[in-house]
Design a protein around this ligand. Structure first.
Ligand code: HEM
Length: 177
């Protein structure tokens, strides 16, 4: 099976998949193809680098589906609250300043969706250094993000576009291999 076909199959599955399955699929997809291949196959327009400072071309329908920067701010707040509640991710976020992280995530998501924001936080490698983040922690975080997007009624197509835009960063956030 070639990379493009697998990516297509998985993307099609995303449209109907529940959060848990989609997170698993994202993990499997990343394992199979690696972040660079994933970015190329799924999002030809997405920047191929793994830095968080890259600005994607404007995808106005996706950005609008998230409720623009204001909607992403609410998503960021809900996402961080869930991360602090979920037993799989809570230990990582015990000392986190929730409003600060929510703002950084909203700016970062806005930036990768081409919404014209400037993410001013640390690059992903520096931000996650020394955190002992494993692949299963990454999958848990993606699943929590999906729960948060589901709760806000974000359409699956828009969810998948954000996940695809974030996927290249997985290499820099997983620090234990
Ligand atoms: C694509 C995956 C990820 C993205 C896009 C992402 C994004 C971010 C951003 C934007 C920050 C803020 C950096 C700063 O303070 O300047 C951050 C911090 C952090 N991330 Fe991630 N992250 C990802 C994966 C993960 C994973 C898998 C974990 C652990 C399960 C994790 C745990 C943390 C923690 C603990 C912080 C510090 C929060 C604090 O200020 O206390 N991240 N991340």
């Amino acid at each position: 099976m070639n990379a493009a076909m697998t990516a297509h199959t998985l993307r099609t599955a995303f449209f109907k998949a529940p959060a848990t399955l989609t997170a698993t699929l994202l993990g499997a997809w990343l394992t199979l193809h690696g972040p660079a291949a994933h970015a190329q196959a799924a999002m030809p327009a997405a920047a191929p680098t793994s830095t968080a400072t890259t600005t994607a071309p404007l995808d106005s329908s996706t950005f609008a589906a998230f409720g623009a920067r204001a909607g992403l701010g609410e998503l960021g707040t809900d996402f961080v609250a869930r991360l602090q509640r979920d037993p799989r991710t809570a230990p990582f976020f015990e000392k986190t300043n929730a409003p600060e992280l929510a703002t950084k995530l909203a700016d970062q998501f806005c930036q990768v969706l081409g919404g014209g924001c400037a993410y001013k936080g640390a690059d992903m490698k520096t931000a996650h250094r020394d955190m002992d983040i494993r692949k299963q922690d990454f999958n848990a975080l993606v699943e929590v993000l999906q729960q948060s997007m589901d709760a806000r009624g974000i359409p699956f197509t828009a969810q998948n576009r954000l996940l695809a835009a974030l996927a290249p960063m997985h290499r820099d956030s997983i620090t234990v291999r």
